[in-house]
Design a binder for this molecule. Structure first.
Ligand code: ZN
Length: 457
């Protein structure tokens, strides 16, 4: 626990009028204007937006097993630089996170690294093989306190297994996060199915393969009276199904990725595997629909689906390349670009979609393992989990400047708005960029760091 006091001056909390925030002993001790604190380090936040620390419900940290792509250390460092204070680590590691032992290992690695809290996701089925249920209860009862379960990367396609999983997690208020992909309809699929896939000669991935599973699972969840969460929803039809389900009061939540908010299938015409992702990039009409869905609350959250891959798995022919894109360091910029700068969402809306709601779905907004509570308002007495963003800054995305061990960002060379200036985890600085610090006594500045976007301070 940090005993150091930090005074943030003039931050626009959720985009509102400037206010000071005094951080002490891991919590927000005081808010208001004209605060003073003898001996505190002072961060001048003039012009910056303060948001609650971001929470990612869908991160691939790759450890254990693929430490050449990412480690808990490097992935959570990338998270901190992107403004995240908590990430949910997906279960498709080697070995798969399908036992109490593996989820506790991942949780412990996160605590040791200290850049962001790591909330392990448990696999739904043993080995993610879709044949029998994993030890969901043991993972829930473990030190990691797992509440989110997913076979992400593959779909729980067996309706009976999905029903049993939904029934099982009810006992401890868990949620099944479904990677909605009907396997038979997507065998060998390489990109969105449509006119373009025909022209490029790539096997198509029909929208209905996603929508059919979502429709089935919202009905199953309602039948069982349990919670289902839809991962990386990507089509207009999926938005419409979730909207209808919510109108009927069915227990469903949904996420969209930053890349599905911005990029379209047209990029696939380059045959550059940086644009190969699961689910695939869709059409401009789908992008419009997911933006509308996020704005009106049909889609609850933005989740990164940060999916690091080493160069040899991406720098090859399209058909052979791995699916996935980096996302942690650029998520907030893409959301500002697509949702805030377009007037579709204000900063309070961003706080909801990227902090409050994902924390609520992952059940870390109230009682949580080791006091690792997230998604709380920026008010006195709350944990000092905060991100400061400069919405007026912009920069060119430079993959070489990333904290990730991988380089597969689809935004390389693209100019994006917004700069994460500082991230605080329980009052401790986990990321700081630029020279806005001053010691209240000595007026010293802290060391400069490179921007994830390669900009100059
Ligand atoms: Zn997935």
């Amino acid at each position: 626990m940090s005993s150091e006091s930090i005074l943030i001056t003039g931050a626009r909390v959720l985009g509102q009028e400037p206010s000071d925030l005094l951080l002490r002993d891991g919590v927000i001790a005081e808010t208001g204007s004209g605060l003073e604190a003898a001996g505190a380090r002072v961060l001048d936040a003039d012009g910056l937006i303060a948001l609650p620390g971001l929470v990612d419900l869908h991160t691939h940290l790759r450890e254990p097993g693929r430490e050449d792509a990412e480690t808990v250390e490097s992935g959570t460092l990338a998270a901190a630089r992107g403004g995240f204070t908590a990430v949910h680590a997906m279960a498709n590691t080697e070995p798969v996170a399908d036992t109490a032992g593996v989820v506790e290992q991942v949780w412990r690695l996160g605590s040791e690294a200290g850049h962001a809290d790591v909330r392990p996701v448990g696999a739904v089925t043993v080995g993610r093989e879709g044949r029998r249920l994993a030890e969901l209860g043991a993972m829930a009862d473990s030190a990691a306190g797992v509440r989110v379960f997913s076979d992400d990367g593959t779909c729980v396609s067996d309706a009976v297994l999905m029903r049993r999983a939904l029934e099982y997690v009810k006992a401890f208020d868990g949620v099944i996060a479904q990677h909605a992909q009907e396997p038979r309809l997507t065998e060998g699929a390489q990109m969105n199915e449509g006119e373009l896939s025909g022209r490029l000669g790539l096997r198509g991935w029909p929208s209905v393969a996603e929508e059919a599973i979502i429709a089935r699972d919202v009905l199953l969840a309602a039948h069982v009276g349990s919670r289902v969460h839809i991962c990386h929803l990507s089509t207009r039809g999926s938005v419409e199904i979730v909207r209808l389900a919510k109108q009927r009061g069915l227990p469903v939540t949904a996420e969209v990725t930053p890349h599905h908010l911005l990029l379209t299938e047209d990029l696939v015409a380059t045959y550059d595997p940086r644009y190969k992702v699961n689910p695939p990039l869709r059409t401009a009409d789908d992008v419009a629909a997911v933006r509308e869905g996020l704005a009106d609350g049909t889609i609850d959250i933005v989740a990164t689906d940060h999916a690091p891959h080493p160069v040899e798995d991406k720098d090859c022919e399209w058909d052979a390349a791995a699916f996935g894109m980096l996302g942690l360091e650029t998520a907030l910029s893409v959301v500002q670009h697509t949702m805030v700068d377009t007037g579709m969402l204000d900063w309070a809306g961003v706080a909801d979609r990227m902090s409050y709601a994902p924390a609520r779905i992952g059940r870390c907004d109230t009682a949580a393992v080791g006091g690792q509570v997230h998604g709380r308002p920026l008010a006195a007495g709350e944990p000092a989990n905060i991100v400061l963003v400069d919405p007026a800054a912009s920069g060119i995305v430079d993959p070489r400047a990333s904290s990730s061990l991988s380089r597969n960002t689809p935004y390389a060379g693209m100019k994006l708005p917004g700069e994460v200036v500082a991230t605080f985890l329980r009052g401790r600085v986990t990321h700081s960029f630029g020279d806005r610090w001053r010691d209240s006594a000595a007026m010293t500045t802290n060391s400069r760091q490179r921007s994830p976007k390669g900009g100059t301070p």
